[in-house]
Ligand binder design. Structure first.
Ligand code: SAH
Length: 258
């Protein structure tokens, strides 16, 4: 393998076979499911995913990897050389007769959030396992009233049950990155929240956390504060709280009142 890692593409290749196996085994797939791998690189993880005998679609942006990755192609495995963020996933998989979708990715950390936003509404997405920067992993699983807790935490916990699986030392990669990593699993929630309007909820969550230092009231100055104030008082919150003190259910309740 004589590929010179490109920093601009976030190429840090995972070397530890044990960790690769653990990542591949974090999803519970069947032969009639579809795995989407983002950023297969030289196929370190792909080879373990192949063992599942599911449908497999891999998105890789770096065409230098064509020869190396072509050995994985067969009637159930497709390698697509494209920027995953620009890919039309529904179109790419429309001819596959799959049951559920699982996503696995060791991707550049600067596109973690765009990637999540790109896949969040894929129909039949059952679970995904992402290798992320450790701090980001902590954010995904943060509890209210902690520094790491923010709008992304609330937003993602609405969609997924999120599990922090394990840490990965930077020395498991080549070249060695600057930051430490963690493997996080997201399981699609069967939503039993009685949310009336998702758009209202997402806007509320975004606005509530807009300025970290500001109170909820200040961040929501364009909202009908009387309604929110009543809710806060009824639920034993002070009127001058910050957004980070509210949990997912509180945001859903408030969104439903607006
Ligand atoms: N999964 C491999 C490679 C990790 S490096 C391993 O664990 O060893 C990250 C990979 O993501 C690289 O191969 C890089 O070329 C690819 N990549 C970066 N940006 C991408 C994008 N926007 N779409 C698809 N692949 C991308």
């Amino acid at each position: 393998m004589n590929i010179k890692a490109k920093k601009s593409l976030g190429q840090n290749f995972l070397q530890d076979e044990n960790i690769l196996k653990k990542i591949a085994n974090s999803i519970d797939v069947n032969q009639d499911d579809l795995i989407i791998e983002i950023g297969p690189g030289t196929g370190a993880l792909t080879k373990y995913l192949k063992e599942k005998n599911s449908y497999l679609v891999c998105y890789e942006i770096d065409t230098r990897l064509k020869n190396i990755l072509s050995i994985y192609e067969d009637n159930k495995t497709k390698i697509i050389f494209n920027d995953f963020l620009k890919a039309n996933i529904n179109e790419d998989i429309k001819d596959i007769n799959y049951n559920n979708i699982y996503i696995i990715a060791n991707i550049p950390y600067y596109i973690t959030t765009p990637i999540i936003k790109h896949i969040i509404n894929i129909p039949k997405l059952k679970s995904m396992t992402l290798l992320v920067q450790k701090e980001v992993g902590k954010r995904f699983t943060a509890k209210p009233n902690t520094k790491a807790y923010n709008s992304l935490t609330v937003y993602l916990n609405y969609y997924f049950d999120i599990n922090y699986l394990f840490d990965v030392s930077k020395y498991c990669f080549k070249p060695i990155p600057k930051v430490e990593s963690a493997v996080i699993n997201f399981k699609r929630k069967i939503s039993n929240y009685n949310l009336k309007n998702e758009e209202v909820f997402f806007k509320l969550v975004n606005d509530a956390f807009k300025m970290k230092r500001k109170t909820l009231k200040n961040n929501l100055n364009s909202y009908n504060w009387a309604i929110i104030k009543d809710y806060l008082i009824q639920n034993n919150f002070s009127e001058s709280i910050r957004a980070e003190q509210l949990n997912l259910e509180n945001f859903i309740d408030i969104a439903n009142l607006l």
